[in-house]
Design a protein around this ligand. Structure first.
Ligand SMILES: *[C@@H]1O[C@H](CO)[C@@H](O)[C@H](O)[C@H]1NC(C)=O
Ligand SMILES: *[C@@H]1O[C@H](CO)[C@@H](O)[C@H](O)[C@H]1NC(C)=O
Ligand SMILES: *[C@@H]1O[C@H](CO)[C@@H](O)[C@H](O)[C@H]1NC(C)=O
Ligand SMILES: *[C@@H]1O[C@H](CO)[C@@H](O)[C@H](O)[C@H]1NC(C)=O
Ligand SMILES: *[C@@H]1O[C@H](CO)[C@@H](O)[C@H](O)[C@H]1NC(C)=O
Ligand SMILES: *[C@@H]1O[C@H](CO)[C@@H](O)[C@H](O)[C@H]1NC(C)=O
Ligand SMILES: *[C@@H]1O[C@H](CO)[C@@H](O)[C@H](O)[C@H]1NC(C)=O
Ligand SMILES: *[C@@H]1O[C@H](CO)[C@@H](O)[C@H](O)[C@H]1NC(C)=O
Length: 504
């Protein structure tokens, strides 16, 4: 989650960018033309989500049970678990530095909070692969800027965005930070570890951690420079492999995709130690509109998605050139409501329709990156709430029940999978309808439709005569989608709807 992005966007003048609402007469209604014979590419894309740890996921939270049930609906391979720095005591199991003083040696290792969160996460995501990202390094390992001090909040419910400070580790050999990760991983995969004082801590855990992501939003958190990140990555990966040899790794986790120098440095095997695996890279996108009308905000987010997709294509060029076997996970895709970005403006509620078009942005990015051959896309972030990105939530934070952002992911998961063929689907992009036809591995023909506009649009479809349509829109909200029958060629797609047609 890149905080600085939306803070910056709040500083720019507010533009009232109302999109021009084209009214189409019956004679010039947009036409979608599917050519089932022309296969563009075979999809590799798995759709999944990330779970950012916060107190609403603790077992005593009133929404705990529903939130985890919501997670079960959409648990898929590469589901990502991120204990994150605004909650140091939930995310950093060694919160204080060891005190080593002659025979008096004590450490603060404590998994009281991390363990139940981890256990619940694994229980709610059976039979899929996981990306585990204890992204936050203990603050005492970092040299604070001169003249500053910092104390983490004692109350686990407090949100503190000041935890990640300093740009220099106090142990430049990186042994301290890699030992930290080695012990943390041993706790979860090897049943325990020996601490800095030589004391053994028994956990009994034997998790299979398929993927470990090394740090998070590195350009923002501790302003880690590209070459230094490679060094950290290599050292941490080596330490983790020593205790968990089958774990694969995800690198970069960039807050945004704009600065290509990180990709050029990371994806170049010659800039790593020998035999360091570059299994996956990850980076993020959040639509961050200026405050305007819901309608203008939606239009701006779809526009920003376009910019992001251009960046993806540049990064793909670099990846294919430098390290073609490295896979990609876009593991934080979301949008912000500017009045509900971090906190919520007093008296404001994120409007129900926001979650519809935000889901539409996710569906749109999915469709486009599937065509580009991206491996994984993950929606952000299961539970958000005021203070912790309420508009990035995939559940209602008062009940834990799904909202429309989660339903869109669920609909896409139930409709599309790696191995599907994307076929030529022509339409005029000015219509603000996105359309992409797929043939599933079972030979079933499907059409994904997204209406980027608030108003219903009548469209004409050539190539699909009779179908079942499943629709997430303002009328369904967080409920399960509705189903309609389609026959003929004319379809009225409701405002901001994400719809999947399946040929009868
Ligand atoms: C779709 O567009 C392409 C490129 O413009 C064109 O070659 C093709 O004939 C069109 N197919 C259909 C079914 O309209
Ligand atoms: C849950 O328990 C923690 C202590 O483990 C406490 O700090 C927190 O306030 C509790 N939350 C609720 C909602 O009771
Ligand atoms: C060990 O720590 C305790 C409590 O902090 C202190 O009273 C004692 O003097 C220390 N002993 C040594 C040998 O440093
Ligand atoms: C997970 O796999 C086990 C063993 O194959 C199976 O019994 C179980 O039903 C699966 N659970 C889910 C949720 O798919
Ligand atoms: C803090 O100041 C000391 C003395 O001037 C200097 O040696 C050190 O590098 C400074 N540390 C940082 C993190 O700026
Ligand atoms: C790990 O999580 C952090 C915090 O969300 C994120 O910034 C980072 O990019 C993640 N790392 C990877 C490799 O995905
Ligand atoms: C990209 O990141 C590098 C390393 O932090 C920095 O030197 C460079 O100025 C950045 N480029 C842009 C365009 O921000
Ligand atoms: C679509 O909407 C138009 C205008 O509201 C209406 O005339 C038409 O019958 C509708 N078509 C379908 C297939 O529902």
């Amino acid at each position: 989650m890149a905080i600085y992005i939306f803070i910056a966007s709040l500083l720019v003048p507010r533009i009232a960018a109302i999109p021009s609402m084209q009214k189409h007469s019956r004679s010039d209604i947009p036409v979608i033309n599917i050519d089932w014979k022309t296969v563009l590419t075979k999809s590799k894309t798995t759709t999944t989500l990330q779970v950012v740890v916060n107190p609403l996921l603790l077992q005593n939270s009133s929404i705990h049970d529903n939130a985890l049930k919501s997670l079960e609906y959409v648990a898929a391979d590469y589901v990502r678990f991120v204990p994150w720095y605004p909650y140091p005591k939930l995310s950093v199991p060694e919160i204080d530095e060891p005190v080593i003083n002659g025979d008096n040696c004590t450490t603060s290792w404590d998994f009281t909070y991390a363990d139940p969160l981890m256990e619940d996460f694994f229980r709610s995501t059976p039979n899929v692969s996981h990306i585990i990202n204890f992204s936050t390094t203990p603050d005492w390992m970092w040299i604070l800027p001169n003249g500053t001090t910092y104390t983490y909040p004692d109350d686990i419910n407090d949100i503190d965005f000041d935890y990640n400070q300093g740009t220099q580790l106090r142990d430049p050999s990186l042994k301290e930070v890699s030992d930290y990760y080695s012990r943390l991983v041993s706790w979860y995969v090897r049943g325990g570890f020996t601490d800095e004082c030589g004391v053994y801590h028994h956990s009994g855990h034997t998790y299979e951690i398929e993927y470990w992501e090394v740090l998070n939003e590195i350009e923002a958190e501790h302003s880690i420079q590209p070459a230094f990140y490679n060094q950290l990555y290599d050292t941490i990966v080596t330490a983790i492999r020593a205790v968990s040899p089958n774990t694969k790794f995800v690198g970069l986790a960039l807050a945004n995709a704009q600065n290509l120098s990180y990709f050029e440095e990371f994806l170049d095997p010659s800039k790593h130690a020998v035999n360091i695996p570059l299994d996956f890279i990850s980076y993020h996108f959040y639509g961050s509109p200026d405050e305007a009308s819901t309608e203008a905000e939606a239009a701006q987010c779809f526009q920003q998605a376009e910019t992001f997709l251009n960046e993806v294509s540049q990064i793909e060029t670099i990846r294919k050139q430098l390290s073609p076997s490295t896979k990609t996970t876009l593991n934080e895709i979301g949008t912000f409501d500017p009045q509900g970005a971090v906190t919520i403006v007093p008296g404001y509620e994120v409007p129900a329709e926001y979650f519809i078009w935000s889901g539409g942005v996710f569906a749109y990015v999915f469709s486009r990156i599937a065509a580009m051959g991206i491996d994984v896309i993950g929606e952000s972030q299961l539970v958000g709430y005021p203070g912790q990105f309420p508009s990035v939530s995939m559940v209602d934070y008062t009940t834990g029940l799904p909202n429309a952002r989660l339903r869109v992911l669920q609909l896409i998961q139930e409709s599309f999978a790696p191995g599907d063929e994307l076929v030529q689907t022509n339409y005029t992009s000015e219509s603000n309808i996105h359309a992409q036809a797929f043939v599933t591995t079972d030979g079933v023909r499907k059409l994904l439709l997204i209406n980027k506009l608030r108003d219903a649009v009548t469209i004409q479809i050539w190539g699909l005569k009779s179908a079942k349509i499943e629709i997430v829109d303002v009328s369904t909200g967080g409920d399960i989608w509705r189903t309609e029958d389609f026959s003929g060629s004319v379809f009225n797609i409701t405002g901001w709807a994400t719809a999947v047609m399946t040929e009868n």
